[in-house]
Design a protein around this ligand. Structure first.
Ligand code: FES
Length: 115
């Protein structure tokens, strides 16, 4: 559990629940919690960098514009750089992989994780 006041946008707070280290962070006014273990090879995924999602816009004339989103973010596992959608935990490159997520509930000024 952590205090609401401890959170700033995209800055994880780590809690331990039933022996599992979990990264909790605030994004667009919502809390998200994922196990700090990458489904690839067990790296500390929640200790990675938050990066804007690489997007492609296809214009009417067929030309393409590649850009980095400022709306959709991923967390990039520090071991091999695999990226996970921070709002779903789903791997961007392989939808079969996802971070283990946990439900969050707010009680008073405390953010609690249901593990
Ligand atoms: S362990 Fe996370 S990308 Fe390989």
């Amino acid at each position: 559990m952590a205090k609401v006041g401890e959170f700033t946008e995209l800055s994880p707070v780590y809690v331990t629940a039933r022996g599992t280290r979990i990264g909790v962070y605030l994004f667009k006014g919502r809390y998200f919690a994922y196990r700090n273990s990458c489904p690839h090879q067990g790296g500390p995924a929640m200790e990675g960098e938050f990066v804007g999602n690489s997007e492609v816009e296809v214009r009417e004339d067929g030309s393409r514009r590649e850009y980095t989103s400022t709306e959709r973010y991923n967390i990039s596992c520090p071991w091999h750089g695999i990226e996970y959608d921070i709002e779903t935990g789903v791997c961007r490159a392989d939808r079969r992989m996802r971070l283990k997520s946990y439900k969050i509930f707010i009680e008073g000024d405390e953010v609690k994780v249901r593990a």
